[in-house]
Ligand binder design. Structure first.
Ligand SMILES: *[C@@H]1O[C@H](CO)[C@@H](O)[C@H](O)[C@H]1NC(C)=O
Ligand SMILES: *[C@@H]1O[C@H](CO)[C@@H](O)[C@H](O)[C@H]1NC(C)=O
Ligand SMILES: *[C@@H]1O[C@H](CO)[C@@H](O)[C@H](O)[C@H]1NC(C)=O
Ligand SMILES: *[C@@H]1O[C@H](CO)[C@@H](O)[C@H](O)[C@H]1NC(C)=O
Ligand SMILES: *[C@@H]1O[C@H](CO)[C@@H](O)[C@H](O)[C@H]1NC(C)=O
Length: 232
């Protein structure tokens, strides 16, 4: 009973007599739910790219109460200090922003028609690696700010190829060595066992007695592979 109270309440309110209260409640919940501006750098806000390539730093915004003079910016966390990459204001929906760009090799590829404020970073270098923050502030929400982070990792393709090659070679060599060791171990073990048996055989032959002979015959039949190399 207790657990279903909310659902029951909503159902009774939304039945004919309480329809107005129900609508009010739903409206209230809706406004409360979608008040915030949302910045998003995608499901996987992380990219590993080779130096010299051109990457997209994705960011989109979402606001169900609409935007007016939405301020947005991209900034780069350069060793603790935030460096502005670019910023602008979107006056209203469907009006393209007039971008101010503060970093070289940056191109705005977004569009307010698709709530897209992504940028392209051309010909990336190792210094470009790091955290990029997509920031937004909608005056309609009393200027509350929102942001999302995208991480760029710059790698040297050659090093990656080298690594895989090294791993392949290492595992091949390792496998071969392991095989060799196993083989040698088995060989040594076999030789050791054979030697032991031979020793035992000799001992038996030397100290042979009537009873020992039958036992000797048994162990001799067990170690049949041994006499052949001796004869050969
Ligand atoms: C990537 O970095 C390496 C090492 O610094 C450099 O030799 C190479 O030319 C760079 N590649 C590009 C495409 O810039
Ligand atoms: C980053 O910060 C460290 C320590 O604060 C400093 O030694 C280093 O030179 C800085 N690097 C750059 C690229 O500013
Ligand atoms: C990127 O590099 C290519 C080739 O080096 C060059 O032609 C192009 O102008 C560069 N683009 C930018 C935006 O620097
Ligand atoms: C944003 O725009 C860029 C360039 O047109 C596009 O590549 C990217 O897929 C867009 N992102 C989203 C989430 O629509
Ligand atoms: C975002 O807002 C918080 C408080 O609401 C403030 O402390 C912070 O400095 C703001 N960030 C930016 C980048 O303006």
């Amino acid at each position: 009973m207790e657990a279903r109270n909310g659902e029951d309440l909503l159902r009774s309110l939304c039945s004919a007599p309480g329809r107005k209260t129900c609508l009010f409640l739903l409206l209230f919940l809706g406004v409360w739910y979608c008040q915030a501006l949302e910045m998003s750098t995608g499901k996987i806000p992380y990219l590993e790219a080779v130096n010299g390539s051109t990457v997209l730093l994705p960011c989109t915004y979402l606001s169900c109460i609409g935007i007016k003079n939405l301020y947005f910016s991209w900034s780069y966390n350069d060793n603790g200090t935030m460096q502005k990459v670019c910023d602008s204001v979107i006056p209203s929906e469907d009006v393209e922003p007039n971008l101010k760009i503060y970093k070289e090799r940056v191109e705005f590829v977004g569009s307010s028609k698709t709530q897209n404020i992504s940028i392209l970073l051309w010909n990336i270098t190792f210094e470009d690696a790091g955290e990029y923050t997509c920031y937004g502030k909608n005056p309609k929400e009393k200027g509350r700010n929102h942001s999302a982070i995208f991480t760029l990792v710059v790698v040297d393709e050659l090093r990656v190829v080298d690594n895989t090659l090294t791993i392949i070679i290492a595992s091949c060599v390792g496998g071969f060595i392991a095989l060799l060791m196993t083989f040698m171990l088995l060989k040594n073990l076999t030789l050791f066992v054979l030697a032991k048996l031979e020793e035992k055989n000799k001992e038996c032959l030397v100290t042979s007695s009537g009873i020992d002979n039958t036992e000797n015959g048994l162990s001799g039949s067990k170690a049949t592979p041994k006499p052949t190399p001796k004869k050969a």
